[in-house]
Design a protein around this ligand. Structure first.
Ligand code: UFG
Length: 349
């Protein structure tokens, strides 16, 4: 039996594939490489096994996903394959819906045709929009504030409806802000073009690829005026997927079934640390880890940014037996190791 990881050549997907492999799962990666590369697959194989099955296909291609399921005896799925740029989604809302919702429809259809019921879905704290109270729990109001977020909400709703209809056992994992890299320094985040996100941009400045980080706003209502997020190590996040799969697999067994997840269940779970850090705190921590200050300048706020968000991660502890164990300095040190060893990413971006 095997686990299919769609989007397994991407940032979170590849780290999850390593963790699942190390836990003894047979991992099958499916990725169309639209936002990743053959070099990422090779890096993944070097850390797992040289013949790790990789299928180059779009997750919206029901036949290709179905063939992967049949050929490899897949009995559980982690579905990452999606576009993830907020600004990209504002420029191309229909493309984002076609890709993100379309791939989820394709995966669900292929699972149903082939009798696979367990799926862990890659969702995001973006579904909460600007929170009305903190920390955010899974019951906090849902409000997508951009088309990318709207695609995550739509996929969550689709999967919940499929579970209600009796076909799927679903865990929706709502990630906060992933940072870091595999401790080897040979698997990491490799954004194409100019990075949108704070830490990839900051690291490219530190390694000399860019001149200066723009800090988007120091006039928020926060202690130092910069915006606050819940940064989480990508390997902690990957381990959350393993815990989620174990809970879904256990739910086939009446004796260990959690009454809230199981045949035809769907639950959303926050994966965060529970701690918020401001942009200026991240910048200061990065300067310490790197050993010198990172050039930066404060500019105006970025459109669409929220002021602050961090998770209540207690449901993940209760339901999955999982909690984040790696702190901000470790995330930044691991990210920096990756950036130093691979200043140009995988070299194909
Ligand atoms: N920031 C900067 N300078 C930069 C980049 C970011 O100051 O060059 C700031 C942002 O303004 C924000 C913080 O750093 O305050 C974090 O920004 P990121 O872009 O790293 O992350 P976001 O919180 O904006 O984005 C995350 C996920 C998205 C998700 C979004 C929901 O990366 O996938 O949350 O708001 F959609």
């Amino acid at each position: 039996m095997a686990v299919l990881v769609t989007g397994g050549a991407g940032y979170i997907g590849s780290h999850t594939a390593v963790v699942l492999h190390e836990a003894g799962r047979d991992v099958v990666v499916l990725d169309d490489l639209s936002n990743s590369s053959v070099a990422a697959v090779e890096a993944l194989r070097a850390l797992t096994r040289p013949d790790l099955p990789f299928i180059r296909a779009d997750a919206a291609d029901v036949d290709a996903v179905g063939r992967a399921i049949v050929d490899h005896g897949v009995d559980e799925v982690v579905h990452f394959a999606a576009f993830k740029s907020v600004s990209g989604s504002i420029a191309d809302p229909d493309g984002y819906h076609r890709n993100n919702v379309g791939s989820t429809v394709g995966v669900v259809e292929a699972m149903r045709r082939n009798g696979v019921s367990r799926i862990v879905f890659s969702s995001s704290c973006t579904v909460y929009g600007e929170p009305t109270s903190l920390p955010v729990t899974e019951d906090s109001p849902i409000s997508a504030s951009n088309p990318y977020g709207a695609t995550k909400v739509a996929c969550e709703e689709l999967l919940a409806a499929e579970a209600d209809a009796g076909g799927l056992d679903v865990l929706l994992l709502r990630y906060f802000n992933p940072v870091g890299a595999h401790s080897s320094g040979d698997l990491g985040e490799d954004p194409r073009g100019t990075p949108d996100n704070l830490v990839p941009y900051l690291m490219q400045v530190a390694v000399g690829r860019r001149e200066s980080l723009s800090v988007f706003g120091d006039d928020y209502d926060t202690p130092d005026g910069s915006a606050i997020r819940d940064y989480i190590h990508v390997v902690d996040l990957a381990e959350g997927h393993l815990a989620a799969l174990d809970v879904l697999a256990g739910s086939d067994d009446e004796d260990v079934r959690d009454p809230s997840v199981g045949s035809t269940g769907c639950r959303a779970v926050n994966l965060g640390t529970g701690a918020g850090h401001s942009v200026l705190e991240v910048l200061a921590a990065a300067g310490r880890v790197i050993g010198r200050p990172v050039p930066h300048e404060v500019v105006g706020r970025r459109d669409g940014d929220i002021e602050r968000i961090w998770a209540d991660p207690s449901l993940a502890a209760d339901l999955l037996g999982w909690r984040a164990t790696r702190g901000l300095d470790e995330m930044l040190a691991d990210h920096w190791r990756w950036q130093q060893r691979h200043p140009d990413g995988y070299g194909t971006g």
